[in-house]
Design a protein around this ligand. Structure first.
Ligand code: BGC
Length: 891
């Protein structure tokens, strides 16, 4: 259930309807407190009445003031184009944020040492004891003395937290409260715990982990860990609403007791977790537990966090489970499990054995030549879990709490016989963003590419969008994010996820106006890097175009303005030269070096053009004109300095041409020439790409828009090095960081930087949806009211693409066979589409008859190559006859 901290939450809905040209002409929203009836007018907080409007997005609440810490229900009904008022939608819940906390932050008293080794194990390895930093367990009991109507737990931590009430784990969220810059902002979760709390004695308990707050993150080995603090802390309160109208509150305070003698002996996001079941605490989170040997907690003296906000994005959860596809025995006590998929999360191990049996688990993405796990690329991340059995004569189930790993292979070492595939389960962990898109086509390698992109997304969307999930890094690199988010936002609904990360980006902005390299900002303290910092402008704009989120755009706008002012101050000549400053260039390109000033200046022009469009959307004509002017001046400077009359761009690299074309900085007369140079370059390389992160995402769209869809398709289907297909041909199940992460000719790239789960090069995914499938927005069309469905089929026999947009689901499902091109589309109510369908010698039919006469079709035109058809909402089946397959001579 969303928890909102604004007086005017926004409402949105999508419409389903049979038939064509279906429209909403008016809506009515009602909001009432949970528990009341929606048709009881005395309890309504808001009844909008029938509002004449076709809008379905961003409708702000404007009823009675919403009290804090309360649960509300809302619903909507609509009137359609025939004046029929439809029934109320299934009601949905939301809650309002706490207005203030009665609770205080508490932590374990560091002067109370945990016991050193289990009493029955004198041989417990000294090197493990050195690393012990056991998780604090905290508890208190409370009495409820009258009937409960609702109980809500509000909880957060400096670190990570899991809560139990009366012996039961609350909810299924993992790694709460996620990662923010804890000095500036912390999120909290609200859980309905009505079913957990009872009339009578109760107990609440919390386990804390170090997590991003006090554990290892990133790669700065000089830094001992603990970017934000040294010891995790808890803040929580349970608000109990009684049937008699009273509210009682149980909070974190000095009355809690704590121990570090529980089973989690060590946990760290990068290094792993050690659980020793011999330290089992029994019913520690139940009432009447004897906690006399626990010690009183300390009330924290850590300075208050300026902002504590309800969690906005979906929580991190287990989103899938994988069973091993094979197990190989490496030695008498060592087994390697293959989960068949490079995944992110951890494993659950269910085993039985004698007390004190120790199982060591190590995780790896790849195998070395001798079949052993390849861990060199994890750098300093130990990625190791240890489970010690209590020997209960029953199956013991182990699962870590406060770590995660990126892996396909798990090596388990220990005296357990036998160790079978059924003992182990891979738990896939990710921010639980709902799937919104799907793409499948006739080429299995391309389908694997799409799966690899999705797995890369799943594994790297854990509270923030990260570069990689396995080595000592896992940072929210801005460059990676701006490149991949257009793809990510088609695959999944990342509206809330990005809106939250957007605040991390703002929190990380420098006083100079420069955006940072990573957000939250740690490790890489630099900022203002071209294409990385530019994410501060690109991301809110991409987000607006996908989700119509004006509020986010407005929040970011003044920051975006400061950034543009910063670049101009640093580069008064309108060429963005980065001498002596941070610059990642076209990161990880192969055999080509694009001059950094070409990349930077093109990106600056792109920023200016986005600013002009955003100003327009925000109704700021003066700034729109100013940024249009800036865009023109930067483009001119770019052309004067870097482009010759023949359209050749300094460096003559693929990425140079791609960015200049994608960002529209070339005058019309040079565009075709530049595109021809790009294609020449690709051809000279035997139809291979050479781009790094920056070029890879724009390459295929630019080729397609420049009249070379065949070349784009050729790169898509290429499977010799370097190409997307090369890694797939060699077994990749995720997108690799580098084209040459592993090659037949050179083996593994340097372990210094070689992730096999990096999403950036997966940015081609947007082209699959928007060009091969063809569902996209025109340049001046926003938020999916009026879309293009213009498939670029290339040599594929079919492709089926679906996208659940903020206005409903679009489908493009095409087949080319037997001289006909068939396109089935779905266009949701309230929207319309322009279709481009390959034309042949025959007519265009819809549902077997002339398309011209079909209901819902508003126009049909053709030129030499295409039918262009405008349609209203509904399901359609078009057939263009006499079409030769797109297989062209260039293949
Ligand atoms: C990360 C990248 C990031 C880059 C910056 C690397 O270590 O893994 O994905 O964008 O640094 O150049």
């Amino acid at each position: 259930m969303p928890c909102v901290d604004t007086p005017a939450p926004r409402f949105a809905w999508t419409l389903n309807a049979d038939g064509r040209n279906r429209r909403q002409t008016a809506y009515q929203i009602r909001v009432w407190p949970d528990g009341a009836a929606h048709d009881d007018p005395t309890r309504l907080f808001w009844d909008s009445g029938m509002v004449e409007s076709s809008e379905t997005l961003e409708i702000p609440y404007s009823g009675l003031p919403l009290p804090p810490a309360s649960t509300f229900v809302w619903t909507v009904r609509v009137r359609d184009e025939s004046d029929i008022v439809h029934g109320w939608a299934e009601p949905a819940l939301f809650r309002t944020a706490l207005d203030s906390w009665g609770a205080v932050w508490i932590r374990h008293n560091p002067l109370v040492a945990p016991s050193t080794r289990p009493s029955d194990d004198a041989s417990y390895p000294a090197e493990l004891l050195d690393r012990e930093e056991p998780s604090p367990y905290m508890r208190r009991e409370f009495q409820v003395d009258s009937e409960i109507s609702r109980a809500t737990l509000y909880v957060t931590a400096r670190g990570l937290v899991e809560v139990q009430v009366n012996g039961q784990r609350v909810g299924d969220n993992l790694l709460d409260p996620g990662w923010t810059d804890y000095h500036k902002r912390i999120e909290y979760q609200a859980h309905d715990v009505t079913a957990y709390v009872r009339n009578g004695p109760n107990a609440i308990g919390a386990i804390l982990g170090t997590g991003w707050y006090a554990g290892h993150v990133g790669f700065d080995h000089e830094h001992p860990s603990a970017w934000y603090g040294h010891s995790p802390e808890l803040l929580c309160e349970v608000r109990i609403e009684h049937a008699d109208g009273r509210t009682t509150i149980v909070t974190s305070d000095g009355s809690w007791r704590a121990t570090r003698n529980g089973p989690i002996r060590y946990s760290d996001l990068l290094h792993g977790e050690r659980i020793d079941a011999r330290y089992g605490l029994g019913g520690w989170s139940k009432p009447n537990f004897d906690d006399t040997d626990w010690s009183p907690v300390l009330v924290s003296e850590t300075p208050e966090v300026p902002i504590i906000v309800p969690a906005r994005a979906q929580p991190i959860r287990v989103t899938a489970q994988l069973k091993p596809i094979s197990v190989t025995q490496q030695a008498s006590d060592t087994f390697t499990f293959d989960l068949g998929q490079n995944m992110v999360g951890w494993v659950r191990l269910a085993v039985q054995g004698p007390r004190g049996t120790r199982l060591e688990l190590r995780f790896a993405e790849m195998l070395d030549r001798d079949g052993s796990i390849y861990t060199a690329n994890l750098r300093s991340a130990r990625a190791q879990d240890t489970f010690v059995l209590a020997g209960t004569n029953e199956i013991e189930v182990f699962e870590p709490h406060f770590t995660f790993h990126g892996f396909r292979y798990v090596e388990v070492r220990g005296e357990i016989d036998p160790l079978l595939p059924e003992n182990l389960t891979g738990l896939v962990v990710s921010s639980d963003t709902p799937q919104t898109g799907s793409f499948t086509c006739s080429d299995e390698m391309v389908n694997q590419l799409q799966r690899n992109i999705e797995w890369g997304q799943r594994g790297n969307f854990i509270s923030v969008p990260t570069d990689c999930p396995q080595r000592d890094e896992r940072l929210g690199w801005l460059g990676d994010a701006q490149i991949f988010l257009p793809t990510a936002s088609l695959n999944m609904d990342i509206d809330a996820f990005v809106s939250k990360w957007g605040d991390d980006v703002l929190d990380a902005q420098s006083p100079s106006g420069a955006y940072s390299d990573v957000a939250p900002r740690i490790v890489a303290s630099t900022d203002g890097a071209p294409a990385w910092a530019d994410a501060g402008v690109i991301v809110p704009w991409t987000h607006y175009r996908r989700y119509g989120d004006l509020r986010m755009l407005r929040r970011h706008w003044p920051h975006m303005e400061r950034y543009l002012a910063y670049i101009e101050r640093e580069n008064p000549k309108l060429l963005w030269s980065r001498e002596g400053m941070d610059d990642y260039g076209d990161w990880l390109s192969v055999d080509e070096h694009t001059p950094p000033e070409v990349i930077a200046t093109a990106y600056w022009a792109h920023d200016a053009s986005i600013m002009a469009q955003a100003a327009d959307v925000l109704g700021n004509t003066e700034r729109k004109i100013a940024y249009q002017d800036l865009y023109g001046r930067i483009s001119k400077a770019f052309n004067d300095a870097y482009v010759d009359d023949d359209g050749r761009i300094r460096g003559n690299t693929q990425t140079g041409y791609v960015l200049a074309l994608a960002f529209g900085v070339l005058p019309a007369e040079k565009r075709a020439k530049a595109a021809a140079h790009l294609v020449e370059n690709i051809e000279d390389r035997g139809w291979h790409l050479a781009t790094g992160f920056l070029g890879a995402g724009h390459l295929c769209p630019v080729l397609t828009e420049s009249g070379y869809p065949d070349v784009a398709h050729r790169l898509l289907l290429q499977d010799t090095y370097p190409s997307w297909g090369y890694s797939i041909r060699h077994g990749a199940t995720t997108i690799w960081e580098r084209w040459d992460g592993w090659t037949k000719h050179a083996g593994f790239q340097t372990p210094e930087m070689n992730s096999f789960n990096h999403y950036s090069l997966g940015a081609i995914g947007a082209w699959l949806f928007e060009y091969v499938g063809g569902i996209r927005q025109g340049q001046d069309e926003f938020t999916y009211e009026n879309v293009l469905i213009a498939p670029v089929p290339g040599d594929l026999a079919y492709a089926r693409t679906t996208y659940r947009s903020v206005r409903g689901t679009f489908v493009s499902d095409w087949v080319q066979a037997d001289s006909r091109f068939t396109l089935k589309v779905d266009v949701p109510p309230n929207t319309r589409a322009t279709l481009t369908i390959p034309a042949g010698s025959g007519p265009l039919l819809e549902g077997g008859s002339s398309a011209q006469d079909a209901a819902g079709v508003t126009s049909v035109q053709r030129d030499e190559q295409f039918w262009t058809t405008k349609i209203t909402s509904g399901h359609y089946e078009f057939q263009a006859l006499g079409v030769q397959p797109a297989r062209g001579p260039k293949f």
